[in-house]
Design a binder for this molecule. Structure first.
Ligand SMILES: [Cu+2]
Length: 718
């Protein structure tokens, strides 16, 4: 199977390089076009236009800005909350601006010229590698969150911890800015300044409890980078009034895709993410697939290079959040969810989780901070939805249905009424769309579905096309209890409404999407690459030339250890213990997290198979650094439910999540009680200590986490 070779991709010889060069200009043109589209939709066009990331800054400017205090001008920059526009058109989160310095080409790089191509030419695309500096503050913000249960334009006041960057949304200041325009090979520096107040109640010695809500740090979820030092290190605590510069060296062969960032300080992770502290982190790629004559094979490329050939694609970043603000306690000690006359917060005393709280809270899943926003689209226009489940709890099962009753008001609707409202009003059949990436990693073939399951931590990149003009409901549809993180039946929620204006006719979504993508391939590629990409697309929309990692074969794991992992909640103890076991079956030995214990030592360079299970309810497993490939998912009856077309659970209401995941790369996967999720992963390139954990973040804070250490072979012993 071909794999991305960064050297070949980046320096593909003279002709290839010119193609890459031209391709990147085409890409820039598309970015400008999309930005212009966004600006057109924005209620404040001038502001939206400013959000276009700056082009490469001359080095003088860079040096000039370098002498500034890293966070100058940010602290007081938060604008006051203003009167809100009546129409809630969804906007992408603001972009976090950066300062950039292009890295001069080092002599070493000439050595990396692809020898197979035989040209010896080294032509560097202008955007080859850069040093990008981002400033990010953590601070309290005053904001408003729409509460449709109370009226059409009713807002709850909230006071929340938030990431604040160079650009802050006036309407939704708690929405974290998007880190974008990052390319493989870039160095990303993030100056994280914790401006939260000192917390006298913070006891650093506490473990596996909710504590130190003002201490934080940063995790680049899904990034394939070092976990050590000041890279993606979540084992440090950045306390109030402290700052820390993270340095992410994005490797040359890093996949392009949808990633995200959030705090990961053990004890405050759930509280901070539940406040909305989560942002998109998008890696862009301009490496086209390549044909290599000498090896008679292809080198894979970035899906972005295919999609840039679409003539009018629109990109939406959707950060789905479940901001569980509360308003103190009732007399009986229960949480008061009614914020009339007060301000919603997430603090000690009103912060707690149980599977039923989200439903009881009456809160809505917000998108980029908006509750039931309107998304604008044109009939027949392909949209790339980069969806990020940045919530703490609640499974999202996404479907689109035509809304038939166009007069029915959804702007005043209690969350508890959304189920019947959706059933009455969104009566069209669910439409098909195509998942092209899971957790940022391109999958092949594109997965045609009308229902996607997003668990906390998941991302899904979907290509969506609306076949008719009119309104479509974006529904978080009801899911069977067996399919959810809370193991309870979840009722329907309305997430958004898509207003589709008249455009190109779509009679059949399948052939329409295929034709569009084939045209895109013809626009983007030529020769053997074009031929192969087109042939693949004709065959069930295969995206094989865009898969980021080579498969892990049976041979590769034949002689390495097997890892076992089981999640467990011990309810027989007080307090309840949240645990992880290194063994399953007779070796089951669950333990809560101990910061001073390394739970697994792994050998650099090995590939291993892991069997993941749960002995008590469902938990999304997430591991840092190296992603994994799903081999099979065995249900309690011994059936592999990861194969396309498998029926998982009750045939009358099967769980749609697992079928089709066989062979797919991910970094987070729901592990259902009694199931065995079998995955393989390579311990590539990076050594150091990091974690794997349950992505129900309150479980993580309470101990459902393990320390993992990848060491060089010389330090490894069983
Ligand atoms: Cu869990």
């Amino acid at each position: 199977m071909p794999k991305i070779n960064p050297n070949n991709c980046r320096f593909p010889g003279f002709i290839g390089a010119w193609k890459t060069f031209l391709g990147s200009w085409l890409y820039i043109a598309v970015v400008i076009f999309i930005s212009a589209q966004i600006a057109m939709f924005a209620t404040q066009p001038a502001q939206a236009l400013q959000e276009v990331p700056q082009e490469s800054t001359p080095s003088e400017t860079f040096l000039e800005t370098q002498v500034l205090t890293p966070n100058d001008g940010l602290k007081e920059k938060l604008p006051p909350v203003q009167a809100r526009p009546e129409k809630h058109i969804l906007k992408n989160p603001p972009l976090l601006k950066f300062r950039q310095r292009s890295i001069p080409l080092l002599p070493l790089k000439t050595y990396q010229t692809a020898p197979e191509l035989g040209s010896g030419e080294t032509v560097v695309p202008e955007d080859a590698q850069a040093d990008k500096v981002f400033d990010l503050n953590i601070q309290y913000v005053n904001g408003k969150i729409r509460n449709p249960a109370k009226g059409e334009e009713y807002y709850d006041n909230v006071y929340l911890r938030a990431y604040v960057g160079t650009e802050t949304s006036v309407e939704n200041p708690y929405v974290a800015p998007t880190i974008d325009e990052v390319y493989p090979g870039d160095t990303v520096r993030i100056n994280l300044q914790n401006n939260l107040p000192l917390d006298a109640n913070c006891n650093e010695e506490e473990n596996n409890t909710f504590h130190c809500f003002n201490s934080s740090n940063l995790h680049g979820h899904g990034l394939w980078i070092s976990p050590a030092g000041n890279s993606d290190n979540v084992l440090v605590s950045i306390n109030p009034e402290e700052s820390f510069t993270y340095e992410y060296n994005i490797p040359d062969d890093h996949p392009a895709g949808t990633f995200w960032y959030h705090p990961h300080r053990h004890g405050s992770t759930a509280a901070q993410v539940a406040s909305g502290m989560a942002g998109a982190l998008i890696i862009r790629g301009n490496r086209a697939p390549q044909w290599v004559e000498s090896s008679n094979d292809f080198i894979n490329g970035d899906i972005d290079t295919l999609l840039s050939g679409l003539d009018d694609m629109q990109e939406e970043v959707l950060v789905l959040e479940q901001i569980q603000y509360a308003c103190g306690q009732n007399d009986d000690g229960s949480i008061n969810w009614d914020c009339s006359g007060t301000t919603g917060k997430i603090e000690y005393g009103n912060f707690d989780f149980s599977p039923s709280y989200w439903g009881e809270s009456g809160r809505y899943t917000s998108i980029n901070g908006e509750v039931i926003p309107t998304i604008e689209a044109n009939q027949g226009q392909i949209q790339r939805w980069r969806m990020i489940h940045a919530g703490v709890r609640n499974t999202i099962s996404l479907e689109f249905r035509k809304k038939v009753d166009i007069t029915s008001n959804y702007l005043k609707l209690a969350a508890s009424e959304a189920d019947s409202w959706s059933q009455e009003n969104c009566t069209g059949d669910p439409i098909d769309y195509y998942i092209i990436a899971e957790d940022g990693l391109t999958r092949s073939p594109a997965w045609k579905t009308n229902l996607t399951t997003l668990q906390p931590g998941y991302r899904s990149d979907a290509l969506v096309v609306f076949p008719e003009a009119g309104d479509y409901c974006v529904i978080d549809t009801s899911a069977p209890a067996s399919a959810t993180v809370n193991s309870t039946v979840e009722s329907r929620q309305l997430l958004a409404v898509v207003e589709v204006s008249e455009g190109s006719e779509v009679t059949d979504i399948d052939s329409y999407m295929k034709d569009k993508l084939i045209q895109a391939a013809k626009n983007s590629f030529d020769g053997k690459v074009e031929e192969r990409v087109v042939r693949n697309l004709e065959n069930r929309l295969k995206l094989a030339l865009f898969e980021p990692h080579p498969q892990i074969t049976d041979e590769e794991v034949a002689h390495t250890h097997k890892q076992e992992m089981a999640f467990f909640i011990d309810t027989s103890t007080t307090p309840t213990q949240f645990e992880v076991s290194n063994g399953i079956g007779s070796s089951f030995d669950p333990k809560p997290y101990d910061p001073n214990r390394i739970d697994r030592k792994l050998k650099l360079g090995d590939a291993e198979e892991w069997v993941l299970t749960s002995y008590f309810v469902n938990h999304p497993f997430h591991i840092h650094v190296n992603p994994f490939q799903i081999v099979k998912i065995i249900d309690p009856n011994g059936k592999d439910v990861s194969v396309p077309g498998a029926i998982d659970g009750d045939p009358n209401q099967p769980d749609p999540e697992y079928p089709g995941l066989k062979g797919v790369w991910k970094d987070t996967i729901l592990v259902k009680e009694g199931y065995a999720v079998v995955v393989r992963t390579r311990y590539e390139r990076y050594i150091g200590d990091f974690v794997q954990h349950c992505h129900i973040l309150d479980h993580e804070d309470q101990g459902m986490m393990q320390n993992i250490s990848i060491v060089p072979a010389s330090e490894f012993s069983h």
